[in-house]
Design a protein around this ligand. Structure first.
Ligand code: NAI
Length: 731
């Protein structure tokens, strides 16, 4: 049996609830546990007179049924007062049903200023004022449901109701925008266009029809749209006689009636009229972005000289074989050391790590550019896909599926790079189409790097193309063993805001309302930003941060990361190939899969997995991270821990490191190589065991009882570490 919809604890304002539809809504809400503010001015249908009787009667009815209700007799033009009544009586406002209404029907020619203004003041301005008064309360409590009441007269027009039609469709426009602005605060706004017998309709409908159009056949829709479990937002519904239908916009494929550098004429419009109005293969744009996308496509096609008659919408490969091998216009990318530094910051580099200075300070002798910066030089080639014959790409449906990058020589730290892109292949994956775009990038005449963008266009598959391609650089499965190394790094709250400055301006990564449209609760990090994090983790762990060792990287983008989350890069070394898997530490969600980085052979001599050089310990990375944290949150940690902690890290039976973490004095400090007895507690553990505990492979209690972890001093302090070092909590 389905769960009944209740409104316990919710506070609802129904305007114009003294009779008709509003009364029915108020009674239904009252019956299902809501506290109801029954608003009604108690006037006549033309907006004249007032009386408290109508609202009082409904309040009494609700109370007689055991419900909670108070009356309000103000006009909706006093929006604040209505909301204040809710706050005074019940302390909050959750749901607003804008229902109050009057009629002043006149044929258009006879419509007076008063007829026009009064209708607009009650319907449109009244709904605006009441909703605005509730808005911030809803925003703060991150919950709100708003109903606007439109009318078939607004949607379709109706003789003698010019004033009313205009105001009623105005409410839909208002609702459309509130739905967008409210989404991220869990404020939903929907519009109903009811048909019901009431005093507004009794003069225009025969009595037996009125009888079958009961208000109680409308109220259930309003209640459902107002419920916290209803995800509907920005919808428009016709409702009456127990029937409910949803409406949306439909648009013809249309036709571009202009040609590049030519005057657009009314004759061209006339001659294309049948096609402009032909609803065959009509589309259903649901957002302003989708709507504008068409214009962007039209413009790019006009620029490429393909004007009149092109189909501006759709997402299908009309003739993919025509697209394969097509070369895109060459692009050039000029940059200075500033761009390299900005990119390095964008992918999380910090002066907190002394070894990062070579990427962040142009005055450093070994200043260099991160290898993955090459995608920045190549990525704008993607926009050229809009003018490829045989392909019609809806860019709002484009997802970055995979990325391969191969570097042939370290990138210069400034200069101009030119990129040549070619459509390597087009694949049909059923649910979508994959376009493989090969981009070769040159500095002067010399090839610097090769990128392969694997772009997935949702919904554009099913054109009967091949599913795989020899030209695709493929991902690789992970070795079947625990990772050899792991680096966990917190992205910053502003990571995406910083990364986008390197040239990816998609508002999805910065604008909350745009992200909400894409179904995300907040802006997401760029996939290529996580890609940059993972690549430099490998370069640090296995390449000594030497960019000349970087050969290539391949990743598949799986899930989004939200700025502020921690990225965890697990690494498996197999000869010169480092397999990687990158996930969100907080959720465990894998974000980069099937990924690997190939390093040039010289790397092998310096570091090998599992058996680090004697002068490099795996645990050093963890302490580098601890040091970073102490720098960032030292004072806070000192307050929490108030102790000095020490570690003896053993390697081959000998003491290889001594770390002292002073969280007792000043700002806190981590020092290496200090001996002495000042520590409140000292942990002695082998490098490998330390890493096993950190990565969760070894239970710290077991390590202690088996003698792998020795603790000298105040053993209770190890518990404080849990609270402070979070990701390394097990230590
Ligand atoms: P109704 O006349 O029974 O109810 C409207 C209520 O609003 C009345 O009780 C009235 O006193 C109140 N009101 C008027 N001006 C007010 C103001 N300034 N402040 C506070 N309250 C005020 O009419 P009905 O049919 O229940 O209409 C409800 C809503 O549904 C209206 O917005 C109407 O335009 C709309 N509608 C109704 C249709 C129908 O078939 N009944 C068709 C399409 C839309």
């Amino acid at each position: 049996m389905s769960v009944p919809l209740t409104f316990d604890g919710r506070v609802v304002l129904v305007t114009g609830a003294g009779g008709g539809l509003g009364r029915e809504y108020a009674l239904a809400f009252g019956q299902r546990g809501a506290a109801v503010i029954v608003n009604d001015l108690g006037g006549d249908i033309k907006g004249g007179g007032r009386s408290s009787a109508a609202a009082d009667r409904v309040v009494e009815e609700i109370r007689a049924n055991g419900g909670k209700a108070v009356a309000n007799y103000d006009s909706v033009e006093d929006g604040e007062k209505l909301i204040q009544t809710a706050l005074d009586a019940f302390g909050r406002i959750d749901i607003v049903v804008n229902n109050a209404g009057i009629l002043r029907d006149r044929s258009f020619a006879r419509t007076s200023d008063v007829d026009w203004d009064l209708i607009h003041r009650v319907h449109l301005r009244g709904s605006f004022l009441v909703t605005r008064a509730a808005w911030n309360h809803m925003k703060n409590q991150k919950f709100g449901r708003i109903i606007m009441t439109s009318s078939a007269a607004g949607i379709y027009g109706n003789f003698g109701q010019a004033n009313y039609s205009a105001a009623k469709l105005g409410l839909l426009g208002l609702s459309n925008t509130l739905a967008i602005e409210g989404q991220k605060y869990n404020i939903h706004c929907n519009t109903v266009a009811p048909t019901a017998g009431s005093r507004l309709t009794e003069t225009v409908m025969p009595p037996d029809l009125l009888e079958s159009l009961k208000a109680e056949y409308v109220a259930p829709l309003v209640l459902w749209l107002s419920h916290e479990s209803c995800r509907e937002n920005g919808g428009l519904f016709e409702v009456g006689a127990g029937w409910i239908g949803k409406l949306r916009w439909e648009r013809t494929q249309g036709r571009t009636v202009r040609q590049k550098n030519k005057i657009m004429t009314p004759e061209a419009v006339r001659d294309s009229w049948n096609e402009i109005c032909d609803f065959t293969d009509a589309t259903k744009p649901a957002s302003i972005q989708e709507s504008l996308q068409t214009l962007v496509e039209v413009l790019s096609k006009l620029d490429s000289g393909r004007g009149i008659g092109t189909n501006p919408t759709g997402a299908s490969a009309t003739n993919p074989s025509e697209a394969v091998g097509h070369t895109l216009p060459e692009i050039s990318f000029s940059y200075t050391h500033m761009h390299c530094i900005l990119y390095a910051l964008g992918v999380g580099m910090s002066t907190g790590d002394p070894d990062h200075l070579r990427f962040l300070y142009e005055g450093q002798e070994d200043f260099c550019c991160l290898p993955t910066f090459s995608v920045i030089a190549a990525q704008s080639a993607i926009t050229g896909l809009s003018s490829v014959p045989g392909l019609q790409i809806d860019f709002s449906k484009l997802l970055h599926g995979e990325q391969y990058l191969e570097l042939f020589k370290p990138l210069p730290t400034s200069g101009t790079l030119t990129s040549r892109a070619v459509v390597a292949d087009v694949l049909d994956k059923g649910s979508g189409m994959i376009v493989l775009l090969d981009v070769h990038t040159y500095s002067g005449g010399e090839l610097v790097c090769y990128n392969q963008f694997s772009l997935f266009i949702v919904g554009a598959g099913g054109f009967g193309g091949k599913r795989t391609s020899q030209k695709a650089v493929v991902t690789a499965p992970l070795p079947d063993r625990p990772a050899d190394a792991v680096i966990v790094e917190q992205t910053s709250r502003d990571q995406a805001a910083l990364y986008r400055l390197s040239g990816d301006w998609n508002p999805l990564h910065i604008d909350p309302s745009f992200a909400a449209l894409g179904g995300f609760e907040s802006p997401i990090l760029h996939g290529l930003c996580s890609f940059g994090f993972a690549a430099r983790h490998v370069l640090k762990r296995y390449g000594g941060n030497d960019v000349s060792r970087f050969k290539s990287i391949k990743v598949r983008f799986v899930k989004p990361v939200f700025p502020g989350q921690a990225l965890q890069t697990q690494m498996w070394k197999e000869e010169n190939r480092i397999h990687i898997q990158c996930s969100v530490k907080e959720t465990g969600d894998v974000v980069l899969a099937g990924a690997y980085i190939d390093l040039h052979a010289s790397v092998e001599a310096s570091v090998s997995a599992g058996t680090p050089q004697t002068d490099v310990l795996q645990s050093d990375l963890v302490f580098a991270e601890i040091e970073r944290r102490v720098k960032g949150q030292g004072q806070e940690l000192v307050k929490k821990v108030n102790a000095v902690l020490a570690w003896e890290i053993m390697k081959d039976g000998e003491r290889a490191r001594h770390w002292m973490l002073d969280l007792k004095t000043g700002q806190g400090a981590l020092t290496r190589g200090v001996t002495g007895g000042q520590a409140d507690v000292t942990f002695t553990v082998a490098d490998q065991d330390f890493m096993d505990v950190v990565t969760g492979k070894l239970n710290p209690q077991k390590a202690f009882f088996s003698g792998k972890l020795k603790v000298k001093g105040n053993i209770m302090l190890s518990q404080k570490l849990e609270a402070v070092l979070k990701d390394y909590a097990k230590l």
